[in-house]
Design a protein around this ligand. Structure first.
Ligand SMILES: *[C@@H]1O[C@H](CO)[C@@H](O)[C@H](O)[C@H]1NC(C)=O
Ligand SMILES: *[C@@H]1O[C@H](CO)[C@@H](O)[C@H](O)[C@H]1NC(C)=O
Ligand SMILES: *[C@@H]1O[C@H](CO)[C@@H](O)[C@H](O)[C@H]1NC(C)=O
Ligand SMILES: *[C@@H]1O[C@H](CO)[C@@H](O)[C@H](O)[C@H]1NC(C)=O
Ligand SMILES: *[C@@H]1O[C@H](CO)[C@@H](O)[C@H](O)[C@H]1NC(C)=O
Ligand SMILES: *[C@@H]1O[C@H](CO)[C@@H](O)[C@H](O)[C@H]1NC(C)=O
Ligand SMILES: *[C@@H]1O[C@H](CO)[C@@H](O)[C@H](O)[C@H]1NC(C)=O
Length: 404
């Protein structure tokens, strides 16, 4: 096989960044909650068959029927995210006893560097999301049933992560929906993967009325190096979007290359917080027709918003004359953005170059032809081993500290 510079860069980064652990949500409502030796919920998903990655291969390990995560509409919901069940409040059913940290009570991987959850620093986060399928039986859920309804750009960073639930989420059939947690991290701290945990959920205080639209595949349109850090609004998907299924052997809906991961942040028009644009009738779901006068610059967009074309049915000028928050550059309209739960960090996340300059390699890397430049399984496997060793050593140290 011909040497691949990106491959070697990844090896160097993986080893100098000193290894990576992984993370999952933890809650009794999840599938695979008690899987603690093989196929643990926090184990990363990479190059797997559909049955292996779908629900993390945990459909055969369902929660108790009554263990349903209650999500109050219009409210933030705290969910624990950790490398280790033993570091969460659910440690009693974990494999190794109480590892909750008093010195780092909000770290997803207490005692480990942030690279343990694939972040060099707080500007090196890819974001994560919750999605819902309005079906009560997980076995009936299909990949394009899931609608992303809440996003947190500052994820994975806190053990206690808040997800804002849209006020208009309708009730679930039989008081039970099937939800998922979706996470993809940036490529500069450890090898690339996808994360997927399924769980039972219910929207409490929900009012019938609004109905989520049909979720579409997200498209890359936010600010990034290859685009001079500007938006290309005409390339965005507006309205309800599917989660990101990526880097698996089959069943992907994202085909980006290994070093250009799709992300649950502005890069794919997933704004921070509640996804209030997912309901039928709130917007026009068609992707705006690409046109040369709809350029990527915020100033041109502002012109479009200020002078909506009366005949236009594009999502940039829907009927209410209030531009949808998706079409507003957050930096231009912070008050509107915050009122509607949109991000005020237009240039956060994937767009922010980090130290080291290796982002330079990535420009334009997301062409489909690069999709298969993955490091081999050997390298991934070696890294996994290192992760386990490092985390095991940490665990032994913390046990020693806790029990001198
Ligand atoms: C998970 O383990 C705990 C503690 O052993 C047990 O109480 C609970 O019923 C288990 N959950 C499932 C879904 O098996
Ligand atoms: C993301 O989670 C953090 C940590 O819990 C929280 O402080 C922040 O408000 C959350 N962001 C959103 C948009 O909900
Ligand atoms: C589930 O949500 C519905 C609709 O909001 C509510 O009526 C029901 O009480 C909820 N179930 C539980 C157990 O809270
Ligand atoms: C538009 O989005 C597609 C799908 O995410 C992506 O492959 C493509 O590179 C994007 N085009 C531009 C010009 O940003
Ligand atoms: C923006 O996206 C549209 C639609 O995919 C594409 O035709 C156009 O070339 C892109 N513009 C830039 C500046 O990349
Ligand atoms: C959305 O846009 C399409 C294509 O331009 C148009 O046919 C349709 O009527 C629009 N729908 C609404 C609800 O505005
Ligand atoms: C993916 O898995 C298949 C089957 O296990 C293997 O043959 C192939 O080499 C793997 N590809 C990568 C890129 O790891």
């Amino acid at each position: 096989m011909a040497p691949n510079t990106h491959f070697y860069a990844a090896v160097v980064l993986a080893w100098t960044g000193l290894v990576s652990a992984h993370a999952a949500i933890w809650h009794p409502s999840m599938f695979g909650f008690n899987q603690s030796s093989t196929n643990r919920p926090q184990d990363p998903l990479y190059n797997l068959t559909f049955d292996e990655w779908w629900f993390h291969g945990h459909l055969g390990f369902p929660p108790h029927p009554e263990d349903v995560m209650q999500l109050a509409v219009g409210k933030p919901k705290m969910i624990e995210i950790s490398c280790d069940k033993d570091a969460t409040s659910y440690w009693t059913s974990g494999p190794g006893g109480d590892q909750q940290s008093t010195s780092q009570p909000d770290s997803p991987c207490p005692g480990s560097p942030t690279t343990a959850f694939h972040a060099n620093n707080i500007n090196d986060l890819g974001g994560c999301a919750l999605a819902v399928a309005y079906k009560s039986d997980a076995n009936e859920v299909k990949p394009d049933d899931f609608i992303v309804f809440s996003v947190n750009h500052t994820c994975v960073w806190n053990l206690h992560t808040y997800f804002s639930v849209p006020a208009d989420m309708p009730p679930c059939p039989n008081d039970k929906c099937i939800c998922m947690f979706n996470w993809i991290h940036l490529p500069d701290s450890g090898s690339e993967q996808m994360f997927f945990n399924g769980f039972q959920c219910n929207f409490t205080n929900a009012q019938p009325g609004k109905k989520p639209g049909t979720p579409q595949v997200a498209r890359r349109c936010g600010p990034e190096a290859s685009n001079d850090f500007t938006w290309n609004y005409s390339n965005c998907t507006y309205g309800p979007k599917q989660p990101l299924y990526w880097l698996q052997a089959e069943g992907n809906n994202m085909f980006e290359g290994y070093y250009s991961p799709p992300l649950l942040n502005d890069l794919y028009n997933f704004r921070d917080g509640a996804q209030n644009d997912i309901f039928d009738g709130d917007y026009n779901k068609t992707t705006p027709t690409p046109s040369s006068n709809l350029a990527a610059s915020p100033s041109n967009l502002a012109v479009r918003i200020a002078n909506p074309t009366p005949t236009s049915s594009s999502s940039l000028s829907h009927g209410t004359h209030t531009p949808p928050c998706e079409s507003i550059p957050p930096t231009q309209s912070p008050s509107h953005a915050s009122a509607s739960g949109c991000s005020s960090h237009a240039h956060s996340g994937a767009a922010t170059p980090t130290a080291g300059g290796h982002h330079g390699h990535q420009s334009g890397q997301y062409a489909a032809k690069n999709s298969h430049k993955y490091p081999g399984r050997d390298m991934v496997h070696a890294e996994e081993q290192a992760v386990r060793r490092a985390w095991g050593a940490h665990r032994r140290r913390s046990v020693d500290n806790h029990h001198p």
